[in-house]
Design a protein around this ligand. Structure first.
Ligand code: BG6
Length: 524
């Protein structure tokens, strides 16, 4: 292990950040055990953009254990020092906390190591094992290991099996060995089951942490707080008062150089089956008795199981797909999906999807949930809109019930995080004129502090052994079951692609999906 000269004295840490009761609470109550984090795919995009900046920011907030090493594994032939230099550039380009703090970086870089090699080469794992044992002696990492699979999915089982072969999945000495698996977890029900089966031959379910980064977003966690730490919403949160729910994840970006991956995925697999189903399950599940891993997962699974899968004969009425053609974003011309790098000129991959789903249980029977996501839509906006019903009767003379707009609660996940409730008020003056007004909560103005990146929270939770904000196997499986037949029905070619111009709100068919029910998508 080549270690740069240690900076004099104890490993440097950040200057104490501005005092905040929240920060203090976080530091006091969350202290991960000494550990080695091994990132497979350390030369890749995720590692550069998300993982290293998140780890560095945890260091900056003094949330990492002092006895820590981070080992990158990838094919690129880097030395430890080259890896450190590369990661420093990544952190300076992508960290949310601005310019790199040289003191904190020196302490952080001291913990970074690199093992070059191929993920299917057994020798790489022997070398890794030696290096980790060495770090137990030199850095006090005490045998704990957190393996992060930031590679192409084909390598997930290969890496797990190789780790198992050198004993790196073995927790028998009172140490922990955890496997963090990035999405996609399979590409349909069969492949997800196969992947799970292969992982489970090496790692127990309690060792596997399936990342869905939406669950690490502060605003998604706040959905739980909004629902279950307030009294006023829950009594109305059901079929009697809610007309329907819309969940939208709109992106103005295209595929941003990820055409190769996206061609194997599409909007349904990339965002809807994972991120939006997670959001929907949090919005619609029953209150867990306790906010712990088992309590939350059990409720989410119960909810997902209550969503009837879309059957082949319902695909045309309950599911819409689209693909963007050339168009304009913020006034600038952008190419169509088929003109993007590494995309087939005849591609049938959907870049937009909308679904209409029901939840067959006492709370929600008959209340539709409309979910949509798409790339190259007019703006980036992720929100949940809970549309309440109209009041049954208006006691104001000559005002019909439809003279008022029913209440609407919108929960904005990003950007401009917050919530607003629309309700009806009287316009000042002699006559009974009514108008819809809005009550707003904004994170920015209420808390005056930036939310941490989702990956910071999730990496910390994985180190702490808290899987509440990760996806359990049965959640993943049930999510695939809901859309499996839609994916199969869409496997053929699509004559009408591209079906929407970049910079518009998706294909007309998405509006028709709502119009058939006498409803409309919200214009965001
Ligand atoms: C990823 C998808 O999981 O989520 C990307 O692969 C998408 O295609 C991204 O752009 C969106 O995440 P966020 O946090 O920007 O909403």
């Amino acid at each position: 292990m080549t270690t740069p000269p240690a900076p004099a004295g104890p490993a440097p840490v950040a200057a104490t950040p501005a005092a905040s009761p929240f920060d203090l609470g976080a530091r006091l109550s969350r202290t991960p055990l000494p550990t080695a984090i091994v990132v497979f795919g350390a030369s890749g995009d995720l590692s550069h953009r998300k993982l290293m900046p998140a780890l560095y920011n945890l260091a900056l907030q003094q949330l990492l254990p002092p006895e820590l090493v981070i080992v990158g594994v990838a094919l690129t032939e880097w030395s430890d020092d080259e890896f450190r230099a590369e990661m420093k550039t990544a952190v300076s380009e992508h960290s949310r906390s601005g310019p790199v703090d040289e003191d904190v970086w020196a302490g952080f870089a001291h913990r970074l190591h690199y093992v070059p090699g191929s993920f299917d080469d057994a020798a790489v794992y022997r070398k890794l094992d030696e290096l980790l044992k060495d770090s137990d002696t030199q850095h006090g990492t005490r045998g704990n290991r957190l393996f992060y699979l930031a590679t192409a999915p084909a390598f997930f089982p290969v890496i797990a099996e190789n780790l198992g072969a050198v004993g790196l999945a073995d927790e028998s000495d009172g140490v922990y060995r955890r496997l963090v698996v990035e999405k996609p977890f399979g590409r349909d029900l069969v492949s997800a089951r196969d992947l799970n089966h292969r992982l489970s031959r090496v790692f127990r379910e309690s060792q596997v942490y399936r990342i869905d980064h939406y669950l690490g977003k502060e605003t998604v966690q706040n959905l739980l707080v909004l629902r279950f730490a307030n009294l006023i919403f829950e009594p109305l949160w059901n079929r009697r008062y809610v007309d329907h729910v819309q969940i939208t994840a709109a992106e103005d970006l295209g595929v941003e150089g990820r055409g190769g991956y996206y061609e194997t995925s599409g909007a349904l697999r990339d965002i809807l089956q994972n991120h939006l189903f997670q959001v929907m399950s949090i919005i619609a599940m029953e209150p867990p008795a306790r906010f712990d891993s088992r309590g939350v997962h059990d409720e989410k699974v119960k909810l997902l199981r209550a969503i009837p899968p879309i059957r082949p004969h319902d695909v045309s009425t309950h599911a819409v797909r689209g693909q963007y053609g050339p168009g304009f974003i913020a006034g600038e011309p952008v190419p169509g999906y088929r003109q993007e790098e590494k995309v087939d000129a005849q591609s049938n991959t959907e870049t937009f999807v909308a679904l209409k789903l029901f939840v067959e249980n006492w709370r929600w029977a008959g209340t539709p949930f409309y979910l949509r996501t798409g790339k190259r839509l007019p703006k980036r906006a992720t929100e949940i809109a809970v549309q309440f019903r109209s009041p049954p009767h208006l006691p104001f003379a000559e005002l019909p019930v439809d003279a008022v707009t029913p209440n609407l609660l919108t929960l904005r996940i990003q950007p401009d995080e917050g919530a607003s409730l629309k309700f009806v008020a009287k316009v000042p003056g002699p006559s009974m004129d009514l108008r819809t007004v809005s009550m707003d909560f904004s994170y920015g103005s209420s808390f005056l502090k930036a939310s941490p990146e989702a990956y910071e929270r999730l990496l910390l939770d994985a180190m702490l052994g808290d899987s509440t904000l990760f996806a359990r196997w049965d959640e993943v499986e049930t999510s695939w079951e809901i859309v499996d037949e839609t994916l199969a029905a869409w496997a053929g070619t699509m004559a009408d692609f591209p079906s929407y111009a970049a910079g518009t709100w998706g294909p007309d068919a998405a509006d028709d999906l709502m119009a058939r029910d006498g409803r409309r998508w919200r214009r965001l």
